[in-house]
Design a binder for this molecule. Structure first.
Ligand code: ADP
Ligand code: MG
Length: 703
């Protein structure tokens, strides 16, 4: 019999949950904590001390020796600095483990070595972390022991956000305030809160660790910089949802258990389209918790892989020629009395609140398509967006037949009198049930698709933090809600005014709706005709942060100041240049020290063979031809290598971060591609025995 898992028992066993607090705190203290969690404000110092002690006691009982303020700097990953609960011993040399309210609420890590885009010069290194009470503390267990992790926001001495969490929390407040105005207008006066909920589907690759360690490109860049395609790719579509191999299954099982302990609702797992690619999806939750949990998912994926002799690759495009990895960000808005604002019901044409919300979202996405595109940009995603497996770099909204029809009626006649209904789908087999067909089919090619009761933002990259996309979504929709509420609150005839507003927004912004094939060339042309932006790269998307329109939006809702936005744009350029520089140096290193020497050695043995065969009086034409082909490619590769070295050297002379990033994109990346081509061709010509690194076939088919 198999081992029985008590998932209910282990779930959140490493989390200081609300339930744990309730158990361990007195009624009054618990009440105060709950009130601050729900309504904001600050804990009194006395309460903070009590909570800290309870948290420390719980952590210590569970093996903790240290605590950390866990935060999310602009690196896109998390940061932690551990402090032991150790205190000064008393006269007799006895030491008592302690943790104060002050230590719980505020931390002061040295901020000087995190990206800040000039926000904080090194001589003003002070940075603060503040406890985000709405995301629960948890225990991380690894070789260092057990550490109590306190989710925090990170800002500078002068209060500027230095992280991804602070703006996200600010954007949640903005959308809460503006969405509440909308639901109140529609008579839901009981609602006191509107919460953005987020469910991110995480894609990843697993490769054998031994093979991974033989490839510098995987080690330094997280993706292959060379590699000829294997004879087989994903064309048979046999990996997607395929049977999970034993080794991968053992990994997934272990991963689920670790995540469940951390209170992460790991729910869905399956093989993805590319060989060696997989997916994990949790159940959706409040945006900031979803962001924290997604970080934990990524971290745990990597950690658990090590135990199974595997390495987890989160890069957006680890292998050319097969699908890359994304992170579909499912997003919706729900009131605290249980109404999902994105739930159309069976007859969306009669659901006026839904239609207004939809109209506002269309307006928001159309007005700020550039910002949304930017929020999904990272270095790795440049390889993915617009390639044929990923949504295109053009933002458009997929609504599906039913809603598109409703919008059409509204735009054309000002009235939506009917909703297309799903018909009965006959299976044609008497022993199988017939089911009701959804009124709307799925569309896999849209970057922003309505999927029943939520939007699915599919552009986000697999390695990226989901904080930025959700901050942006919250902000742009808050703005649209605010403008709508400003008008509707003043209207004499509410019904009439809503009706007019829906029609107006839908008419003005219908160009953003596209239900067709987003991968087709025809769409690129059509989108251009509609005037929709097609921003192809991360570097080109970065300036979206500092347009007048963006500054106005973010300042209005106190999400970012102009200075914060400028600093973030700067960080993006810096990050891009640094990453491409690492990739270029890695290529140079591999080409120079591994690949070219191996090929040169091989030409020597071929030349020896030619001579020997000729001496023996036999026909050496095949060997000679091969030698000539390889030598020609070798010349090409060497030339391309020199050009790449030259371009990298030239980059040091460029003054501004922005120019430098563009230089890397336009010059260095191009030179990298020019080097890759002959090297990949050489791989196809040279004896496998002498090729110095594992091939695509070795990496993705032998896991
Ligand atoms: P798909 O068929 O798109 O691959 P998955 O089941 O893999 O679907 O993932 C769907 C994700 O959407 C899950 O994380 C799920 O929790 C999330 N989701 C469902 N409803 C909502 C909602 N109302 N708000 C946000 N996310 C949601
Ligand atoms: Mg999925």
């Amino acid at each position: 019999m198999s081992e029985v898992f008590d998932v209910e028992e282990i779930f959140a066993s490493k989390v200081f949950t609300i339930g744990t607090m309730k158990e361990r705190l007195t009624k009054n203290v618990y009440k105060e904590v709950k009130r601050v969690m729900d309504q904001g404000g600050e804990l009194s110092p006395a309460t903070a001390d009590i909570v800290a002690k309870a948290m420390k006691d719980w952590a210590v009982e569970n093996g903790a020796t240290h605590y950390t303020h866990w935060f999310q700097p602009l690196t896109g990953i998390t940061a932690e600095k551990h402090d032991a609960f150790v205190t000064h011993p008393d006269e007799e040399g006895k030491m008592l483990m302690e943790f104060s309210g002050k230590e719980l609420i505020k931390g002061e890590p040295d901020a000087s070595s995190f990206p800040s885009g000039g926000l904080r010069a090194t001589f003003e290194a002070r940075g603060y972390t503040a406890w985000d009470m709405t995301s629960p503390a948890f225990l991380k267990e690894d070789a260092t022991g057990v550490v109590l992790c306190i989710p925090t926001a990170f800002c500078s001495y002068t209060g500027e956000a230095l992280d991804k969490k602070t703006p996200l929390l600010r954007s949640m407040e903005a959308i809460n305030e503006q969405a509440l105005r909308i639901v109140h207008l529609f008579g839901n006066t009981e609602a006191t809160k509107v919460i953005p909920s987020v469910g991110p589907e995480q894609e990843y690759f697993l490769v054998d660790r031994e093979k991974y360690l033989q490839r510098e490109d995987l080690i330094f860049a997280g993706r292959t910089l060379f590699g000829a395609p294997a004879p087989k790719g994903q064309e048979l579509e046999d990996h997607y949802f395929g049977t999970i191999r034993e080794r991968i299954g053992a990994y997934m099982k272990d991963l689920n258990i670790e995540l469940w302990k951390l209170g992460v609702t790991a729910k869905t797992q399956h093989n993805e389209a590319a060989p060696a690619q997989h997916e994990l999806a949790p159940i959706y939750e409040t945006a900031n918790i979803a962001v924290d949990h997604n970080q934990l998912i990524m971290e745990t994926m990597k950690k658990v892989a090590g135990r199974h002799g595997l390495t987890c690759l989160l890069h957006e495009k680890p292998f050319a020629g097969v699908n890359g990895s994304g992170k579909h960000d499912n997003w919706s808005l729900t009131t605290d009395n249980g109404v999902n604002l994105l739930e159309p019901g069976d007859t969306p044409n009669k659901n006026i609140q839904f239609l207004l919300v939809l109209a506002c979202i269309l307006k928001a996405v159309d007005t700020h398509a550039d910002l949304l595109r930017q929020s999904a940009a990272d270095v790795g995603n440049d390889h993915r967006l617009g390639a044929n497996e990923a949504p295109p770099a053009i933002i458009s909204v997929f609504l599906g037949e039913q809603l598109e029809d409703v919008v059409k009626q509204l735009v054309e006649t000002g009235e939506a009198t009917r909703s297309l209904q799903g018909e009965k789908l006959q299976t044609g087999v008497s022993t199988l049930p017939d089911f009701m067909k959804d009124a709307t089919d799925r569309n896999r090619t849209s970057p922003f698709a309505f999927t029943g009761n939520k939007f699915e933002f599919r552009m986000v990259g697999s390695s990226d933090s989901i904080a930025d996309p959700n901050t942006t979504l919250n902000a742009i929709v808050a703005e649209a809600f605010c403008e709508a509420a400003d008008i509707l609150e003043k209207a004499d005839d509410f019904d009439m005014a809503v009706h007019d507003l829906i029609k107006k927004y839908m008419t003005e912004h219908q160009r953003i709706i596209f239900n067709g094939d987003g991968y087709s060339d025809a769409w690129v042309e059509e989108a251009a005709r509609r005037g929709l932006p097609n921003i192809r790269s991360m570097v080109e998307s970065s300036c979206a942060l500092t347009t007048e329109k963006a500054i106005k939006l973010f300042e209005k809702f106190h999400i970012f100041t102009k200075v914060e936005l400028e600093s973030r744009e700067e960080v993006l350029y810096e990050t891009y240049s640094k990453c491409i520089n690492i990739e270029a140096l890695t290529m140079i290193d591999m080409a120079k020290k591994q690949i070219l020497p191996a090929v040169i050695k091989y030409t020597k043995s071929l030349a020896d063979t030619v001579i020997a065969v000729k001496e023996a009086g036999a026909d050496a034409s095949v060997q000679t031809e091969l030698l000539n082909d390889i030598s020609a490619k070798l010349v090409e590769a060497k030339k391309a290598l020199s050009t790449l070295e030259d371009r990298v050297a030239a980059s040091s002379k460029i003054a501004t971060q922005k120019e430098l990033a563009f230089f890397f994109k336009d010059e260095v990346v191009v030179a990298m591609e020019a080097l890759r081509t002959p090297v990949d061709e050489l791989e196809m010509l040279v004896d496998k025995e002498v090729w110095p690194i594992p091939t695509y076939g070795d990496l993705i088919f032998e896991v």
